[in-house]
Design a protein around this ligand. Structure first.
Ligand code: GTP
Length: 437
């Protein structure tokens, strides 16, 4: 019984049929000295009591090395069960490593969070890695503009069905290591292209190519990769946006320190000449840029543009300021053929003065420049794609900004004729994959 040592946990994600079970079996068979316990959340089977069996490293999943939770989804109703199960497991069994496979949920983040913070599970475990098993064939088909884009609406998780592209992107963005499985089903060139996209989506993740998930267990387990502090900021789009904002804030500070603002206009300033470029993957034509403006979008024009982005854009995401939605901080997210906008909170500048003051006082370093007139309202988008026409896209986005005349005119119409959500939690779908490829 280990009471002080925290047992390392691997959180495994992956789309339906990507090869998670194949990987688990492989790990159990090749664990060497390690004793691995596996916890699977199987949404398919109902009313099977969670059986906490674990122990020998050389048993297959079917042989019962697995503690199974059923009846739901780990991230919601099963969260408590999961916590109880892992704590009991640690108390009753002796093992060196826990692998949790929260199948049926798209987002491994809540599961990883279960083992951090002050929970009883956190006292006994530490998350070592979040691993995404990616079906290289499916990934290539979904995001390769040269291939046949997969429009499949796949596994659902908590919200019913979701486009497969969303799941693939989000799992990769949160992963510390990506097992690129089914490499037998892609050519070398396709594999390299998939790798280049994965690197852009999640810079720094270890990519482990595999066929039938035959990975070196010591390469996957026993390496501390997960960092709870930076996990949320690890996605490629988030890093680019944060870096660009920090750069701006530092520039503004420097100007302040020099005792004068030279009057350069942030209202129409092009974000991308702040070196929003990143070319690490240019070899396969995968590139990215940031688009940042402190002028609101026209709701109709920008909805139309974002509903029909060129296929070269693989992933785009960020914050949007849309005229008529002065209170609602909008988060836009696109992955392949799917795109939506969600109300993700309030602009700080729309809060009552005393709340704003408190907010700004408590976070003296907001990480971005506060605009005298508009406060934190701004647009910051990141585009990741292959051979994108950046200039064309930026020009098209700029055409969606309010013109000077529109800025000066009455904004009432923007409020009423506006497809975007006007409160946090609401969502507008801009583009959906067609049901059959
Ligand atoms: N060709 C090929 N098939 C594979 C590979 N890895 C796994 N498979 C097959 O793909 C299918 C799905 O694999 P699983 O391991 O069951 O996938 P999973 O992610 O556990 O699937 P779910 O639990 O249903 O989400 C099985 O028929 C595997 O034999 C691979 O590298 N190449």
């Amino acid at each position: 019984m280990r009471s002080t040592d925290e047992t390392p946990v691997t959180v495994l994600s992956g789309s339906l049929g990507a090869g998670k079970t194949t990987l688990l079996n492989h790990l159990l068979r090749n664990a060497g000295e390690r004793t691995i316990a596996v916890l699977v959340n199987d949404m398919g089977e109902l009313n099977v009591d969670a059986e906490l069996v674990s122990e020998q490293s050389d048993l297959s999943v079917a042989d019962g090395t697995v503690a199974e939770l059923s009846n739901g989804c780990i991230c919601c109703e099963l969260r408590d069960d999961l916590e109880t199960a892992v704590v009991r497991l640690a108390r009753e069994r002796d093992f060196d490593h826990l692998v949790v496979e929260p199948s049926g949920i798209s987002d491994p983040a809540p599961v990883a969070r279960l083992f951090t913070g002050g929970s009883p599970a956190a006292a006994r475990y530490r998350v070592e890695s979040v691993v995404a098993v990616v079906d290289a064939r499916l990934f290539a088909d979904t995001f390769d503009a040269d291939g046949t884009p997969s429009k499949t609406v796949a596994e659902g998780g908590e919200e019913g069905t979701r486009p497969i592209s969303d799941l693939l992107v989000e799992q990769v963005e949160f992963a510390d290591a990506v097992v690129l499985n089914k490499c037998d089903l892609v050519s070398d060139a396709e594999r390299e292209r998939v790798e280049s996209v994965v690197k852009a989506l999640r810079p720094g993740a270890d990519i482990i190519p595999a066929t039938y998930a035959e990975v070196d267990a010591d390469e996957l387990l026993g390496v501390q990769r997960f960092d709870p502090q930076s996990a949320a900021e690890a996605a490629g789009w988030r890093r680019m946006l944060d870096a660009a904002e920090r750069e701006d804030a530092a520039e503004a500070d420097a100007e302040g320190a020099e005792g004068g603002h030279d009057g350069h206009d942030h209202g129409d300033h092009s974000g991308h000449d702040h070196d929003g470029h990143s070319h690490p993957q240019a070899a396969y034509g995968v590139d990215s840029f940031t688009y940042r403006r402190r002028r609101p979008f026209h709701p109709g024009r920008v909805a139309e543009l974002l509903s029909d982005l060129p296929e070269s854009v693989i992933r785009s995401k960020g914050s949007m300021w849309v005229a008529g939605r002065e209170e609602t901080h909008l988060t836009y997210s696109q992955a392949g053929p799917s795109a939506y906008v969600e109300g993700s909170g309030r602009w700080i500048a729309s809060l009552p003065d005393f709340e704003q003051d408190a907010y700004r006082r408590n976070r003296s370093d907001l990480g971005f420049e506060w605009d005298d007139e508009w406060g934190d309202r701004r647009t910051g988008l990141v585009f990741i794609g292959r051979e994108m026409d950046e200039e064309g896209l930026v020009a098209a986005l700029d055409d969606c900004l309010l013109t000077d005349e529109e800025m000066a005119a009455d904004w009432d119409a923007f409020e009423s004729e506006n497809p975007f959500p006007d409160s946090p939690g609401d969502r507008t779908t801009l583009a959906e994959p067609t049901p059959e490829g």
